[in-house]
Write a protein that binds this ligand. Sequence first.
Ligand SMILES: O=P(O)(O)OP(=O)(O)OP(=O)(O)OC[C@H]1O[C@@H](n2cnc3c(O)ncnc32)[C@H](O)[C@@H]1O
Ligand SMILES: [Mg+2]
Length: 244
Amino acid sequence: MQRQRHLVCFSVGLSVLGCRHRHVSAGRYCCCHSRGRFRAVSTRTAMLTGLSQHKPLTFVTSNEKKLAELRAILRDLVGMEVTIEARHIDLPEIQGEAEDIAREKCRYAARAIQGPALVEDTQLCYHAFGGLPGPYVKYFLRNLGPEGMEKLLAAWDDKRATAQCIFALAVDADAEPHLFTGQTLGRIVVPRGKRNFGWDPIFQPDGHEKTYAEMSEGEKNAISHRFRAASRLAEFLRNHYTTR
Ligand SMILES: O=P(O)(O)OP(=O)(O)OP(=O)(O)OC[C@H]1O[C@@H](n2cnc3c(O)ncnc32)[C@H](O)[C@@H]1O
Ligand SMILES: [Mg+2]
């Protein structure tokens, strides 16, 4: 079947500002920069993703640091020229497995937006605790602070932890979310470094002498759980929004 080309809005929430033409193969045209946020895709792709010119993708989060990191990762590391506008909606988070929480959060966001929605859920999983606090880390952190979260492991020799990030993307209000997961292994240490983002001061990634909080933004973003998940998300976006 011959694919017809037409313009599809990449997003308003996640809009293309410019284009490095990485997605354009020889002989094909690119319209990324013509109107700022349009690019050519095949009608088959457009139908597949469910995204259309009238349904922009929006990142829904209450966390400004997540937003800042995602923006920097996509721009600096993954090479996607994008700008992201977040919508702050207090999304209900069910109890259960991390994947189910992310999916449900995404369904809720997509229904609230009435269109394509991106959400993210982050977990910090202590190996000694069988993965807890995992998706409930926000509540542990709020009540115990980084010091208390480190002390939780005082009686355990095993200080290992996995930082995990799950992006969930629903291409339409009623679509089943796609998940993109990234993990970074490390250990829980006595807090060191800046105190401006969650549990960063107590997480020291394997192979590094610094905690996340002691690293520069660039250092953390190059190895983080969020970077790994965002790379998979970017791959999906490229595959579904690029000129072929
Ligand atoms: O609105 P949402 O996107 O849900 O934002 P949130 O802050 O509620 O985030 P989560 O539900 O995913 O809870 C994760 C907790 O872990 C914290 N967190 C998330 N990513 C982190 C990172 O990269 N480093 C340190 N702390 C992080 C975050 O501040 C929360 O306290
Ligand atoms: Mg949350």
